[in-house]
Every structure is written in C-alpha cells, then in structure tokens.
Design a protein around this ligand. Structure first.
Ligand code: PHE
Length: 463
C-alpha cells in the first residue's frame, strides 16, 4: 500500500471492507517481531514476569496508542508527518521522529530475513542432524554464519533482492493475498511445534519459566524491553498505524479492529514463545536463555533434530517464516519510500533507490557486526543490537511519549474520541484511553526512559 498522495486530501483509496482493514494491519503486525524477537525477549528479560508485563501493557498502552494512531490517520487522511501538522501546525516534528524508526528497522529486519533464508537453504540441502551439529571449533551453523567474512552479507542481499523485485514489479498486493493463505498455515504449524515442544523431557521447567511470573525477575529493563517489544510487534510509535488509519473507512469500528489486531498478534507471539522457551530447557543450556537475537536459530535446529519428520517440518517452517518476514519487510520498505516521497517531494523511483542505498549501508554494518566488524561495539552492543536499541528502546518510547503529550494536552483526547465515536456511536473504553494517554503512559515512559539511560551509563545501579 503506497502513500503517494498523503500530503493532500484528495480522495484516498480505502480498504474495501471491514475485515480487510484488520487483515492488512495484522499482516503488517505479524512478522519477525512475533516469531524471532518475542521469544528471545521473554527468555532474556524475565520469563513469566516479562509475559505478565507485556500483557498488561498491551491492554493499556498498546490499546490506547493503537486507537490513537488509527484515529489520527482516519481523521486527517494523511500519513504521520502531514497528520500531526494538520491537527496542529508546527507539530510535524513528531511525525519526522516517528519516520526515523522504519528507516532504521528496515535494513536490519532484512538482515534477519537473510538469516531465515540461510536456514531454509540449509534444510533444503542438508539433513537435520547436520544443521543441528557444530563444526570442529564447536560453532553451530548459526555462529558460523554470523561470524563469516561475507556470508551474512550475501544472504542479506538476496533477501533485499526479493523485496526490490516485488516492489519494482509492483506485485505487493499479490504477495499480500498469498500471505493470507500462508499465514493460517504458519499459525497451525507453530501450534503443532509448540505442542511438540511442550511434551519434550524437562519442558515443564520451561513452561513454568514462561508462564509463572517471579518477583525477582522484575526490573526496569523488564518494563522497557516489554514496552519496546510491544511497540515493535504492533507496529506502533513509527507512524505506520497512522498511515493504515488514513486508508480506513469511516464506518469501520476502530475499537473492535484494535482488539482484533492486538489479540491476533499477541496469540501468535505467545505460541512462538511456547514453541521455543520449553525447548530451551529441554535441548539447550541455561546460558541459551540469554542468547538474544540468536535464540531462535540455535534452539529450533536442535528441536527439529529430535522430530520424526524434522527436515520437512523445518523446510515448511522456515519457508513460512521467510514469507511472514517478507510481507513485513515490504510494508516497512514501502513506508520508507513514501516517507522520502512525502518529505522530500521525490518521485517513486528515486525514493526506491534512495531507500535501497540506506538499507545497504545500515544493513551491511548490521550483517557484518558479529563477524569482521565485531571489534566495533557501542556500550557493549554490536551494530545490529545497537540499531535495535536506538529504534526500539529510545526512538519508539520518545515518539510514544510525544504522541501522548500531543493528544493529551495539545489537541485534547476529545478530538480523537469523537473520531472513534463517529463510527461506533460509543467508545466503551474512552475513560481508560484518556487516563492512559494523559497521565499513565507519559509518566511511566519518562521514568523508564530516564532510568534505563542512567543505568546503561552506569550512573544509577540496576534495579
Ligand atoms: N510488527 C512487525 C513484526 O512484528 C514489524 C513491522 C513493523 C512490520 C512495521 C511492518 C511495519 O515483525
């Protein structure tokens, strides 16, 4: 869905039916965030405590912010930069900061997409026990990949080629239709893998770790990581839901749509966690819990290796993950293209090329950051982790904070409540919406952001 005319109020194309909006928004929301990022965040930042905080934040922050963004888009019929300006001239800077997020995320998202492709290819060409094995130096296939001098770059570029090809020949819509068939198959397959994973020896320890919150796991970092994961997974605080809202029909119920998108997205993330966390306790070591971005790529090969039809399941699984990643990366790429078109009044082709150049520069750093460039770190983070940290833990909370202040105190929540009610008749949770946007979200985001920056700089002790 491109956004060529977003600086004008000419008639925009709309989603043709109500479920069309939910499907499109959910299609963009479901991706590597659910399948790759959520499980490693749960494992790393406190198991059941992370899950509990994630769900609470989803019901409050996630709900309120998504309603707000969709309502802003539908009211103004513009994408982020123009939308803030139209609601109150001079405030387009919030949209500008929001636009930086997809520009940082797209390149490293494609790097992870490249990793997925590598695993798909490995399973096509090698039996499961080889993919799960280590080399003479004790390195897994994944570790060999990310530390190799050029290989991660090659897979990243192949993944980028898929994106460019689909965008250049303009078949995004066709791909989206295809993904509507493949997505339910992916959900079914994750469910099967999750059930299998829960029946492995020792899995019960992992299920307990995943589902039972323990107070000693609570820290400021747990809240910050749960919040940034929520924004990432729901595609919030980056202007995308504003664009989606701008295409939404006036008679579509915003409140119900938001619940549907949230539930769908959270259930898929939950299942991905259920497939991976118990398997860590069964086929991994306690250290694996802290593995971070590599978790899925270390644990799944071991899990597939224990399965009867492991190889064929692995091939289908990585193919479907590749597809989910591709639909999300295309929508991220398109967002960047429309930002350059809107902001710099560029034509489509130069914007596509410019986005490509940025992706290649940032993506190359991210893909080589664990190998040839591993001597370069920032506060102990490699390039990919750094980009992830800047976009998710700094920029997105800032955008969410500014959006709340903007709605709560500049234009007032009433304006958006009226927009929601223009189709609903009644916005049932408007009380919650107002309190979250005006008081709870800005105060909490500010505390978390300041505390986490001070902690990372070593100024205050880790709580
Ligand atoms: N929310 C997507 C995910 O979970 C990432 C994404 C963000 C996709 C923005 C499209 C747009 O993977």
């Amino acid at each position: 869905m491109s956004d060529n005319n977003s600086n004008s109020t000419i008639e925009r194309s709309s989603f043709t039916n109500k479920i069309g909006f939910v499907l499109a928004a959910a299609g963009s929301a479901v991706g590597l965030g659910n399948l790759w990022r959520f499980p490693y965040c749960v494992a790393k930042y406190g198991g059941g405590m992370f899950l509990l905080i994630y769900v609470i934040l989803g019901l409050t922050f996630g709900f309120s912010l998504m309603v707000a963004e969709i309502a802003i888009g539908r009211k103004t019929r513009l994408s982020a930069i123009g939308a803030f300006d139209k609601l109150k001239p001079g405030y387009s800077f919030i949209g500008v900061i929001a636009s930086l997020v997809p520009i940082i995320i797209t390149p490293y998202y494609c790097v992870i997409g490249g990793w997925v492709l590598k695993f798909l290819w490995s399973y096509i060409t090698m039996p499961t026990n080889i993919v799960a094995s280590t080399n003479e130096a004790g390195l897994t296939i994944f570790e060999q990949l990310i530390t190799a001098p050029a290989e991660p770059l090659v897979w990243f570029l192949i993944f980028m080629c898929f994106n460019i090809l689909i965008i250049a020949i303009g078949v995004e819509k066709g791909i989206e239709k295809f993904s509507k068939i493949l997505m339910p198959i992916l959900v079914a397959l994750i469910l099967i893998v999750a059930i299998y994973s829960c029946t492995l020896p020792n899995a019960i320890k992992g299920i307990q770790y995943y589902l039972i919150p323990r107070s000693e796991e609570f820290s400021i970092n747990t809240i910050l990581s749960a919040m940034s994961q929520l924004f990432y997974s729901l595609s919030l605080a980056m202007g995308i839901m504003i664009t989606y809202g701008s295409y939404m029909k006036k008679d579509c119920n915003i409140e119900t749509s938001v619940w549907q998108i949230e539930i769908f997205d959270t259930v898929i993330a939950f299942l991905a966690g259920l497939a991976i966390i118990p398997a860590v306790f069964s086929c991994g070591t306690p250290d694996d819990l802290k593995a971070g971005p590599s978790l899925m790529f270390i644990i799944l090969p071991r899990l597939f290796n224990t399965m009867e039809a492991g190889r064929i399941i692995a091939i289908i699984f990585f193919f479907l993950v590749f597809f989910a990643a591709l639909t999300s990366s295309i929508s991220l790429y398109e967002t960047c293209v429309s930002i350059f078109q809107d902001r710099f009044k560029q034509k489509r082709i130069p914007s596509i090329v410019f986005t490509l150049l940025i992706c290649i520069v940032i993506g190359s750093l991210a893909s080589l950051g664990y190998g040839p460039l591993s001597m370069i770190t920032f506060f102990g983070m490699q390039f990919l982790d750094l980009f992830d940290f800047i976009s998710n833990s700094i920029l997105m909370p800032i955008v969410a904070f500014l959006t709340c202040i903007f709605i709560g105190y500049i234009i007032k929540p009433k304006v958006l409540i009226e927009e929601v009610e223009s189709s609903n008749g009644n916005f049932r949770l408007k009380g919650l919406f107002t309190i979250v946007i005006k008081y709870i979200a800005p105060v909490l985001i500010l505390i978390i952001l300041v505390a986490s920056i001070l902690q990372n700089m070593g100024i205050i002790p880790t709580i």
